[in-house]
Design a protein around this ligand. Structure first.
Ligand SMILES: [Zn+2]
Length: 266
């Protein structure tokens, strides 16, 4: 613990101890934005949290410079080493990155949904989530999503869904083998207009797809062409229900489709 925070201790946490003034480095203007140590957290993590909170509070202005390295070191009242560690954390979180050179500084970036999904997928794998448990979560979300998507469907949305169906028809068996069958489910999730729903559905679909593909690799290839044709037929029926604005029918067909997928896996 001590070892990790040694650099921070030299410059960090200037707020509480008035005796620091005796060393001639506690400037009054510095205490304002300075970061205070939190129990159980590395100082760099606290700085990274502060940067992230700041980005959220500003409405996530992608491309905006939050400040130069010197500015931010001054503002947070930490050592260069601690600050750079904080930068590595926010860069890893895909929220900001340091641009060197003139006009440089810490720039707000757009987060990468794939990175978030990968982290979620790894976590669920770590928890040993099997396909049945995964399916239960997926079904609950997707059945809610298909109703929501149906209720707010537009001509544009219908066109997007039909486009996915056209691609499926062209790709056939390959669409299943190359993990493209989840695409319709993801588009339906996006059409709910609810990014949280879309994010969870996409990650569950991807994990699910990985498990199905692992089975196919393991020698169940014969199910592939049957599955591809059946999946496509079910997808067409679901899209028809969405396009006609019948949420209950869309839900019914989605449930039947998900049950059928689960059947294939047994
Ligand atoms: Zn499907």
């Amino acid at each position: 613990m001590q070892r990790a925070t040694r650099a921070g201790a030299a410059n960090g946490a200037p707020k509480p101890k008035p005796k620091a003034a005796g060393k001639g480095r506690a400037r009054a203007d510095k205490a304002d934005g300075a970061v205070a140590r939190k129990p159980g957290r590395r100082l760099a993590e606290v700085v990274a949290d502060r940067i992230e909170e700041d980005i959220v509070a500003r409405g996530w202005p992608v491309g905006e410079v939050l400040g130069s390295e010197a500015d931010l070191i001054e503002r947070f009242g930490v050592s260069r080493a601690v600050f750079r560690e904080a930068v590595r954390i926010v860069e890893h979180h895909n929220v900001a990155r340091m641009r060197r050179g003139p006009g440089g500084g810490l720039i707000v970036t757009e987060p990468d949904p794939r990175a978030v999904q990968n982290a979620m997928a790894l976590y669920l794998r770590y928890k040993g989530v099997g396909r049945e448990v995964l399916f239960e979560a997926r079904a609950a979300l997707e059945i809610a999503a298909v109703a929501s998507a149906t209720e707010r469907i537009t001509e544009e949305g219908i066109a997007r869904l039909r486009e996915v169906l056209d691609t499926e028809e062209r790709e056939g068996e390959r669409a299943v083998a190359e993990a493209h069958t989840h695409h319709l489910h993801v588009v339906i999730a996006e059409l709910t207009g609810n990014p949280a729903m879309a994010m969870f559905i996409e990650v569950l679909n991807r994990l699910n797809e990985e498990m199905i593909l692992a089975e196919i690799e393991a020698g169940h290839r014969e199910v592939l062409s049957v599955a591809a044709a059946d999946y496509h037929k079910a997808h067409v029926a679901i899209v028809d229900a969405i396009a006609s604005g019948d949420a209950a029918l869309a839900q019914h067909r989605m449930r039947r489709h998900l049950d059928a997928i689960l059947e294939y896996l047994h």
